[in-house]
Design a protein around this ligand. Sequence first.
Ligand SMILES: *[C@@H]1O[C@H](CO)[C@@H](O)[C@H](O)[C@H]1NC(C)=O
Ligand SMILES: *[C@@H]1O[C@H](CO)[C@@H](O)[C@H](O)[C@H]1NC(C)=O
Ligand SMILES: *[C@@H]1O[C@H](CO)[C@@H](O)[C@H](O)[C@H]1NC(C)=O
Ligand SMILES: *[C@@H]1O[C@H](CO)[C@@H](O)[C@H](O)[C@H]1NC(C)=O
Ligand SMILES: *[C@@H]1O[C@H](CO)[C@@H](O)[C@H](O)[C@H]1NC(C)=O
Ligand SMILES: *[C@@H]1O[C@H](CO)[C@@H](O)[C@H](O)[C@H]1NC(C)=O
Length: 351
Amino acid sequence: MQRVKFSVGLVLLCVLPMWIGSSNGCFAEDGGQLKLHLEQKLITAAAGCAQIPCGFTDLPTTFMAREIWFKGSPASPLSPEEVEKKNGLSRPLSTLKECSIILWDLIGLDRTEEYGFMLKLATNETHIFPETVQVSYSAVKMNISLSSDIIVATKMTLLTCSLSDLCLASDPKITWKGLRSKQYFPLRYRLKEDNVLKYYENLHYSPVSEDHQTEITCEVTFGKNLTASATVTLTVHSEPQILNSSACTRQQDLLTCVCVSQGVPLPDIHWPLLKGKRDFTTVRASDGHMTVNSTFMITAEDFGRIGTVICIGTNELGQANMTLPVIFEGNPDQSNELPVTFEGNPDPDTK
Ligand SMILES: *[C@@H]1O[C@H](CO)[C@@H](O)[C@H](O)[C@H]1NC(C)=O
Ligand SMILES: *[C@@H]1O[C@H](CO)[C@@H](O)[C@H](O)[C@H]1NC(C)=O
Ligand SMILES: *[C@@H]1O[C@H](CO)[C@@H](O)[C@H](O)[C@H]1NC(C)=O
Ligand SMILES: *[C@@H]1O[C@H](CO)[C@@H](O)[C@H](O)[C@H]1NC(C)=O
Ligand SMILES: *[C@@H]1O[C@H](CO)[C@@H](O)[C@H](O)[C@H]1NC(C)=O
Ligand SMILES: *[C@@H]1O[C@H](CO)[C@@H](O)[C@H](O)[C@H]1NC(C)=O
């Protein structure tokens, strides 16, 4: 009985100030004002969510139908997906009922939004509190870095992915993309820097030469359903290799020798056994990244005198060499007899 009377009294007092923007609000039975207590008027959201501590004058449950948060105007109530009721965010205030919430998945352009709170009373009337809270939020900030700008193939390097820490110290899930070779178990930790808590994930990685100019991405999923990523392009130095596509091709009386070498920085190619040879010119071609070709032509007669052709690739990390095989183009029958001339006989003139 007492409750019903209370209810009627309050409702009557509520009607006037309700939609006219008055800050007086409703009055409870004892004559006290219906109050909303927002501990902070301006809240900076962590990546993925914002927490709004809130309390309001407790009312008998028979009185109240619903607590509703809205964005901007009461005409835009927040959906249950956007807002989660969360007790314990507000300092306990004995006369107040907690209306704290978490707003999820705030992301996008840097901006500030205004949020307000209203009560739907059992009488179908609405009480809108005049107090509002501003929430500013910005895109999650992420970095990916390497222990040094230039890394060396097969040498262990440290990849670091960092992000401004996420809402509620949630455990972000980080995925590394683009890594080719074996990865070692990642190390995760948090550090406070310039008053911002940051989350770090370190990965030991041993790059392969093919990783040169590969994009490595660190992708994080957080909040309810958000992702962000950071990307770095690797510069991987590697020793020269002579590729197996290197060969001398014989067409009638002429051989075309191609040495294909790979390495970063780009290798220089030398043909040591051709030193002093008069009509010897090479053509150098490169894909600009890590492969370089050196080509020259030699008569079958000259080739016969040298016996074998070696090419050497050199860069600051080392060198590689290869004795080039001879391919007989268009006349496979010769394959069986001619190699004897070049490889088996140290003095071709004795043939
Ligand atoms: C409130 O509105 C609902 C539906 O619009 C109605 O069924 C109910 O009777 C109303 N209650 C009061 C107290 O007016
Ligand atoms: C990312 O790098 C920038 C510039 O180096 C720095 O100002 C920022 O704090 C870094 N952010 C994170 C999350 O590490
Ligand atoms: C997560 O977000 C993506 C893209 O933003 C959307 O397509 C997908 O439906 C969302 N999933 C859930 C479970 O909300
Ligand atoms: C060339 O081929 C040989 C034998 O098949 C192989 O052992 C070697 O690793 C290859 N070299 C390169 C650079 O691919
Ligand atoms: C180098 O030679 C290889 C094999 O002959 C060829 O596939 C490649 O296109 C050449 N690269 C350049 C830059 O000429
Ligand atoms: C070719 O490489 C081998 C092994 O790396 C080395 O022992 C040899 O001296 C090199 N030959 C030339 C001509 O550089």
